[in-house]
Design a protein around this ligand. Structure first.
Ligand SMILES: [Zn+2]
Length: 67
């Protein structure tokens, strides 16, 4: 398992999962290349599976939906 972090896209504010040692991540919402190390980190998890659970939790708490 590789540590997975949850970061915020600096352009659209979307929540993204990235590997801790990953340099960049393409935002799945707006397509921007996000610098993982400079992005705001909201959570860290032990695995991608854990991270996706945390991500779901954050989204449901914030009501993260603009549609
Ligand atoms: Zn974005």
């Amino acid at each position: 398992m590789r540590p997975t972090i949850i970061i915020v896209c600096n352009r659209c504010g979307g929540l993204l999962m990235a590997l801790e040692d990953q340099k960049t991540k393409i935002c799945s919402y707006c397509g921007t290349r996000v610098d993982v190390r400079r992005a705001k980190k909201v959570a860290a998890a032990e695995s991608a599976f854990e991270a996706s659970k945390i991500l779901r939790d954050i989204k449901s708490r914030k009501g993260f939906s603009r549609e």
